[in-house]
Design a protein around this ligand. Structure first.
Ligand code: ADP
Length: 462
């Protein structure tokens, strides 16, 4: 498998290479073509200007040609690659460079042909005729022979070579820059990914306290890093909960099991008489343990199932009425008075689970309110939420204990609770269900005595 750095670098280099090659090829051929057309035009103009100059060397008064100048001009033109032939108005020969210096002509023509063949041009020497006139009168004709359609001098070639060298240099520089950019970019992307992968491995190995420190400016990488950090925190929280639960369960089971074991042992060793009262006490302890296990199962079910609730519109007043009816027997047995009332309030909720919440709150109220007390269940409707309050005029909850009563296994008054048989799980279930509905539950002591539990459920439940 190739690393991200190699892949990115390769991709960028490839793109740059292709681009540079294309630009070089196009610009080269374009510049060459333009340059050749320009040179051809220049050469045509130059030949025409030579012919025009030749006309200057005719002396009309003497009806003769100044051959010294014609000679000088022809030699000068020959060095540039132009071979001149001049004849007079009657067609008689005046000057012929080829006849004059055959050797020099051959040499220059040979050099030009060789240079142009090397350049890949397929031209040849061709002659152009120009009529020579003076004051509107024909004085003769010139034939100028040069390599066509164009030919390049040494300096023209140097110019083209320099141009190619510049293009090549630009190509090489772009390649270098692209390599560097590719490496830098890949490094920037790869570093946080590698770091995140290492963190994920640590999480997999059970180390949840790791967090990605540092910043990345790429949005997708930032999201990835945030998700990994959130995953680590969530797993750490789960792990803490798991450890806490195991510790709590062990702690809660140890005391009754030790007591039970000690009692049974004493009876087996006949230290104690197995009286019906003692056996009944052991049986009650076992029942309490059984209830605790059942509560734990319920709690587990609630916590795992919280989000899978079947939600539908529920009228809180009607629901509290139904739940209260179920308590009629217990209320009567303890001589408790129940007051219900308030407004209709409909929320979107899981009816059964909400029924469980109310049952828990009411059973606590019944459990902790002394005989002859009063319990009040009220519903309220606000624009955003439905609210249920359960009040009693029992002993209330010590202020210092209030923040903890919703925790698992928390019992405000240990000795009193042993008598009431609670395991301290009921309110943990209440909190878990209400939280799954996106709501909140609070407990407070009433000024008149007793306590008040308030459940607030948003109308747009989760
Ligand atoms: P339990 O099974 O012990 O009742 P809960 O979780 O339902 O467990 O309640 C936690 C603790 O909160 C109880 O042990 C009790 O001390 C306190 N508590 C709950 N409801 C009331 C109430 N209505 N009056 C007084 N104390 C209460």
């Amino acid at each position: 498998m190739r690393s991200l750095r190699t892949q990115l670098s390769l991709a960028i280099v490839l793109v740059v290479l292709l681009t540079v090659a294309l630009i070089s090829f196009l610009s080269n051929s374009l510049i060459n073509r333009q340059f050749e057309a320009y040179i051809a035009e220049q050469q045509r103009a130059h030949a025409a200007s030579i012919a025009e100059n030749l006309g200057q060397y005719y002396d009309s008064a003497a009806d003769a040609w100044d051959l010294t100048y014609v000679h000088a001009l022809s030699m000068y033109a020959l060095s540039d690659g132009y071979i001149i032939k001049v004849c007079d108005a009657e067609g008689g020969g005046v000057w012929d460079t080829e006849n004059h210096d055959m050797g020099a002509c051959r040499q220059i023509m040979g050099e030009i042909s060789a240079r142009m063949t090397d350049h890949g041009a397929s031209g040849e020497f061709a002659s152009q005729s120009y009529e020579l006139t003076r004051d509107g009168r024909k004085i003769g004709a010139a034939t100028i022979k040069y390599y066509g359609p164009f030919f390049l001098s040494e300096s023209d070639f140097s110019f083209l070579h320099a141009l190619n060298a510049i293009l090549l240099g630009i190509g090489a520089l772009s390649l270098l820059f692209s390599l560097m950019t590719g490496r830098l970019l890949a490094q920037r992307i790869a570093r946080p990914i590698r770091k995140t992968a290492r963190i994920a491995e640590q999480i997999a190995a059970g180390r949840y306290d790791v967090q990605f420190e540092g910043r990345t400016r790429t949005r997708e990488l930032h999201d990835l890093v945030c998700s990994i950090n959130r995953l680590a925190s969530a797993l750490a929280k789960q792990e803490d909960l798991r450890k806490q639960l195991t510790a709590d369960v062990a702690h809660e089971l140890r005391t009754p099991l030790t007591t039970l074991g000690a009692h049974l042992e004493a009876m087996l060793e006949q230290v104690w008489e197995p009286t019906p009262e003692r056996l009944k006490s052991c049986h009650e302890e076992i029942l309490r343990l059984g209830k605790m296990v059942a509560d734990l199962e319920r709690l587990e079910l609630m916590e795992n199932d919280g989000l899978k609730s079947e939600k539908s519109p529920v009228d809180l007043r009607a629901l509290s009425g139904t739940v209260c009816d179920n308590f009629a027997g217990q209320l009567a047995a303890k001589g408790l008075r129940l007051e219900t009332g308030g407004e209709d309030a409909t929320v979107c909720a899981d009816k059964d689970k909400l029924g469980g919440v109310m049952t828990n709150l009411l059973s606590n109220a019944v459990k902790y309110t002394p005989e002859g007390g009063t319990i009040r269940v009220l519903t309220r409707d606000t624009r955003e939420a439905g609210i249920i309050t359960v009040e009693d005029n029992g002993p209330g909850i010590p202020e210092a204990e209030l923040p903890f009563i919703f925790e698992r296994f928390y019992r405000a008054d240990k000795s009193r609770n042993r008598a009431t048989g609670g395991a301290g799980i009921g309110l943990a279930i209440v909190k878990s269900v209400v939280a799954a509905h996106g709501g909140s539950v609070t407990a407070e002591n009433r000024a008149e005595g007793g306590c008040r539990f308030t459940v607030t459920l948003p109308k747009q439940g989760r």
